[in-house]
Design a protein around this ligand. Structure first.
Ligand code: TRP
Length: 364
């Protein structure tokens, strides 16, 4: 399908971690390399990050380049993918403004992701309007590029649903203009919501349970060593449990057949390891050692590429500037179509001016 347009983005509130990696970054690189798409966009959602970091612009500013480095180091290739910064595309704010007419306050209040975020941030009675309406701005991000395919985590599902409602409403009222996107979720439950190293629901900077893509080998080592396992598995001989066992969740997300001959030839498959663990007689230390080897192998080329890109930061900004230029062209094209559909393209419409002239002339 040559018309496929892939688009996704991240808020620059910190460096990207393993949760981002298995939830979306790894998939993006696969999509990029598989080809068969018309265009692919990956962007840094700095304006969205400011909706709940309005008082900390320096944090957002610092993390724009960190996220750009993370993108490049996982293997996103600016020759194949347009990487850009949200705030540099003013067309997005204009689109958001028009989409606001198509969404009710109560619909926004029902968005479950926003609901949880409002609670987590303690906004309660004083919710910033920009934060409350960010699902609308996200619909602009997606539709400005006529994205068909949005690879994101499960928490973004409500945003995609709201986007599709906006698209349907817009097209119904103003005529077919916008494209309904589809969400592309990770295909494996462990990747859908990677827990933090402490076994808590989700890897998240605020919980301090992250392993970052840019962490050095020693930090990754420590992260795995400290990982939550099975509190009932006290002695090696004890039967172990897999449920809620973070090390096994990570193995589900990262382990591949070729890792066994390379790092643990005593076993043929993850199922075999799991069976042994459940039966008893397999210690956490060995499983952790295996996971560490897998993670280091996966992360080392990422760290290496990052170090290379870090040598030429001006080139990273230059790459972003190029990306923004291309993104603006595409968004401006969509905005033209939107204005035409909404009948607010007065000066591009010679017919309009002629018709109005005739109408008023006929009054004489
Ligand atoms: N909300 C996304 C996040 O928190 C970031 C984002 C903004 C995004 N606009 C988007 C993702 C459009 C996909 C498509 O990670």
């Amino acid at each position: 399908m040559a018309q496929k347009v892939i688009l996704t983005g991240d808020r620059p509130t910190g460096r990207l971690h393993l949760g981002h990696y298995v939830g979306s970054l790894r998939r993006r690189v696969e999509l990029q390399n598989a080809g068969g798409y018309k265009d692919m966009f990956v962007f840094i959602a700095d304006a969205q990050a400011l909706t709940d970091n309005m008082d900390n612009p320096e944090k957002v500013r610092q993390n724009v380049v960190e996220v750009a480095l993370d993108y490049l180091s996982v293997g996103l290739d600016p020759a194949k993918v347009t990487i850009f910064i949200q705030s540099q595309i003013p067309e997005l704010t204009e689109l958001s403004f028009y989409y606001m007419d198509l969404v009710s306050v109560s619909r926004l209040q029902r968005n479950p992701t926003v609901k949880t975020e409002i609670q987590m941030r303690g906004f309660n009675e004083s919710i910033p309007v920009g934060f409350f309406t960010y699902p609308i701005s996200q619909a602009a991000d997606i539709t400005a590029f006529k994205a068909t395919t949005v690879p994101v985590g499960e928490d973004q599902k409500p945003m995609l649903e709201q986007t599709n409602e906006i698209v349907r409403r817009f097209n119904h009222i103003y005529g077919p203009t916008l494209v309904e996107p589809e969400i592309l979720l990770p295909d494996n439950a462990a990747c859908l919501r990677l827990p933090g190293t402490d076994g808590k629901a989700k890897m998240s900077k605020s919980l301090g349970n992250c392993i970052y893509l840019s962490d050095d080998a020693k930090t990754v080592d420590k992260g795995v060593k400290s990982m939550y396992t099975d509190p009932l598995h006290l002695r090696v001989e004890d039967p172990g449990h897999l449920e809620g066992n973070t090390v096994f969740t990570y193995l589900d997300a990262f382990c591949r057949a070729e890792h066994f001959p390379a790092f643990w030839p005593e076993y043929q498959s993850l199922d075999e390891v799991k069976e042994h663990y459940q039966r008893g007689g397999l210690g956490d230390g060995k499983v952790k050692k295996f996971l560490t080897a897998i993670l280091q192998q996966e992360l080392e080329p990422i760290r290496q590429r990052r170090r290379e890109y870090e040598q030429d930061i001006p080139a990273v900004y230059e790459m972003l500037r190029h990306g923004c230029e291309h993104a603006r062209e595409v968004a401006a094209q969509t905005l033209d179509e939107v204005r035409r559909a909404m009948k607010i393209n007065y000066f591009d419409d010679a017919d309009l001016i002629r018709e109005q002239a005739e109408r008023f002339a006929a009054k004489k």
